[in-house]
Design a protein around this ligand. Structure first.
Ligand SMILES: [Zn+2]
Length: 672
């Protein structure tokens, strides 16, 4: 999911930072005179100053548009791509009168380890929407700019749990809370198996369950006759083997449902029957293997997906359906299926263009999109909490708030489609290393927006948002707040990749990203697995970099600490003290201006944390700047990058213009 509200909020911080910076030169008055923008004007910026959408030619490899029926069946392919630890056969009926789901499932779990396993763990995620849960305690009923409605709670009840032979296991159930010990949290349950499962062997269990859907909040629920079923069935936890993600010994990876965290699951097979009223359309992970059957006013769908680690579906009688076939390099052939809120039915070309362009770029940059479908759900305005979310082969776009949205339509959609690669295929552990998904996805989102729409991110401004840097290798719920989570996992995570890109240059960075995807798809890698790829591709050690920015929450703050100029005989001697506060060594440009207008540009290797420079000149030194081009993307305190000895009047005017131009630049880029 994207995090945009935060960015807008920090627009003020960016403006304030530039103002403070300009005060240092005595320019604040000039700035304020020219730009006395009232707060209301600022808050209107993202919507009001949207640039016109450029007319971009659709990807050249688009095949002739083959409109087809939403329910046309597809057959599974024989090729096996993942280790398929789990196999689910689910049958679920929407109980639209009571806002619930009634399900039964048979799940087979294969022991991937070298030890015998005698207990199983299930995530019962809908219990997060029950009062007293850890999720509600942490989120305080507010998440992603959305509020939980009073009385809009949800839950899941396991009504039966048996072996294949019919032995009940219900009395063995007990809820566990490994993260916080909150006894009211029932999102994770365990039970002792009747027979231990030996390495390489499987167990099959049957269960019946009911779900009370919450009013749409935090990704799932119901809003009128719109339903988003995400994390809606009892889901087996991940059993990690030794060596996986740096684990010394094998075992279950166990976490509750948290306010900030998203999910983690094993790859497998899903065969899911969905029963809804006859008038409903259903979007789901995977594809249909037969045309739906209709009986007694109900419609029964049969979906199938393999080599995926989750299954989500959405239903509504209102959906406007559009389908196109698409193929390109890295996209062997995919049916793009749009399920639009009626308010957006005239925007189908924008959705289709964004989806095709994003898939084409991702296929070309990283590797094949191996699935035969990609479904896009556009929720209604009151289903906003379900918008902007990723599931395997199914994404939800931002909800339809008005009939003329700006770039947020494309930005949200390409972000969610980028998740198909990092969340869907690479599938890192979002409980423990969320940046490997959201940071990577935000980085890819910027690349897609630049390459498809020419929208270039303003990274120096985004760096100034980082006011509370925290480690990226940190469990999601340990961040200080949900804003702190977003600031670090999305923005700082992205900046860490951008910083790496600036240091190794674009071509090498492309190789790194592709190599990482190719090596780790379907494998749940860790931050150090990514580091190993970086080191292999660049043939260089990046220990300091990963220590500073991933293991720890450092930033790189380059500063001109002091500057002095004094007369010596014929000319002047100037002393400049440069410092690098935090971060790992990296070369940086330095720049000097003298009173006669001459400028000198040099490089500092940035290896030490400070350097004292001495310059001789015929006129006094006026300014010194470190990183004047704002290239160090992890520098969140740009205001100390410059220092002056004095400000002659004519220079003041010039600089004043420069600053005001930069302000305009900031506002321009923020307006997406
Ligand atoms: Zn996301």
């Amino acid at each position: 999911m994207p995090k945009r509200r935060l960015l807008r909020m920090f627009l003020f911080v960016a403006a304030a930072a530039v103002l403070v910076w300009s005060v240092r030169f005595g320019f604040a008055d000039a700035w304020v005179d020219q730009y006395s923008l009232p707060a209301s004007a600022l808050s209107e910026l993202p919507g009001s100053s949207l640039p016109e959408l450029p007319v971009v030619a659709p990807p050249t490899s688009v095949k002739p548009q083959a409109e087809s029926m939403p329910d046309a069946p597809i057959m599974p392919k024989a090729v096996v791509l993942s280790n398929r630890i789990t196999e689910y056969h689910i049958s679920v009926a929407l109980d639209e009168a009571n806002g619930g789901l009634i399900g039964e499932q048979t799940v087979t779990w294969k022991n991937p380890g070298r030890k015998t396993v005698s207990e199983l763990y299930l995530h019962l995620y809908p219990n997060a929407f029950t009062p007293g849960s850890t999720f509600i305690k942490e989120s305080k009923g507010e998440l992603r700019g959305d509020k939980m409605k009073a009385g809009g709670t949800g839950n899941m009840v396991l009504t039966s749990l048996t072996t294949e032979e019919g032995e009940t296991l219900l009395p063995r159930l007990h809820y566990v809370q490994p993260d916080d010990g909150n006894k009211n949290d029932k999102t994770l349950v365990t039970f002792r198996l009747p027979e231990p499962v030996k390495p390489g062997m499987s167990i099959t269990l049957r269960m019946n369950f009911t779900v009370k859907l919450p009013d749409v909040f935090a990704r799932m629920g119901k809003a009128g006759d719109f339903v988003m079923a995400g994390q809606w069935f009892p889901k087996v936890a991940v059993y990690e083997t030794a060596g996986m993600r740096g684990r010394m010994t094998e075992g279950w990876n166990l976490h509750q449902y948290h306010g900030n965290s998203e999910f983690y699951a094993d790859f497998g097979i899903y065969s899911v029957r969905i029963d809804v009223p006859e008038t409903y359309k259903v979007a789901a992970t995977g594809f249909q293997t037969r045309t739906p059957t209709i009986a007694g006013g109900r419609k029964n769908f049969q979906f199938y997906a393999d080599d995926v680690h989750d299954f989500a579906w959405s239903a509504s009688p209102q959906f406007e359906y559009v389908e196109n076939s698409f193929s390109s390099v890295g996209v062997p052939g995919v049916r793009i299926k749009l399920y639009l809120d009626p308010l957006h039915k005239d925007l189908k070309d924008r959705y289709m263009h964004a989806a095709k362009s994003a898939l084409a770029k991702l296929g070309e940059w990283y590797g094949d999109y191996p699935y035969s479908t990609l479904s896009v759900v556009v929720p209604p305005a009151d289903g906003n909490g379900a918008g902007g979310m990723e599931y395997p082969t199914l994404v939800t776009a931002a909800s339809a708030q008005n009939d003329n949205p700006g770039y947020e339509l494309e930005r949200t959609l390409v972000h969610e489609i980028a998740h198909q690669y990092w969340y869907g295929l690479v599938a890192s552990n979002e409980f423990e290393e969320a940046w490997l998904d959201e940071g990577f996805t935000s980085y890819t989102e910027d690349k897609l927006m630049a390459s498809i729409y020419g929208v270039i991110p303003n990274l120096p401004v985004e760096a100034s948002y980082i006011t509370n840097p925290e480690p990226l290798k940190q469990s999601s719920w340990r961040y200080r707040s949900s804003d702190g989570y977003a600031e670090n996992v999305y923005i700082r995570g992205k900046l860490v990749l951008s910083s790496l890109e600036r240091q190794v240059e674009d071509k090498t960075m492309s190789k790194i990203m592709r190599a990482y995807f190719q090596k780790y798809r379907f494998r749940h890698p860790s931050s150090s697995d990514f580091q190993k790829v970086v080191e292999t591709v660049t043939k260089t050690k990046w220990t300091d970099f990963f220590q500073a920015y991933v293991q720890e929450g450092q930033m790189t703050d380059f500063a001109v600490d002091s500057i002095s100029s004094s007369k010596t005989g014929e000319g002047y001697e100037s002393n400049v003290l440069l410092r690098r506060y935090g971060g790992s060594p990296q070369p940086v440009s330095i720049w000097f201006q003298f009173q006669d207008g001459q400028t000198v540009r040099k490089k500092w290797d940035g290896v030490q944390n400070h350097v004292q420079l001495q310059l001789r000149s015929s006129t006094p030194l006026v300014y010194a700047a470190v990183d004047p081009g704002l290239n160090v993307v992890l520098d969140n305190r740009k205001y100390n990058n410059y220092l002056k000895t004095e400000v002659p009047k004519e220079v003041r005017t010039r600089w004043s213009t420069g600053i005001t131009q930069m302000i305009e630049g900031l506002f321009g880029t923020m307006a997406w």
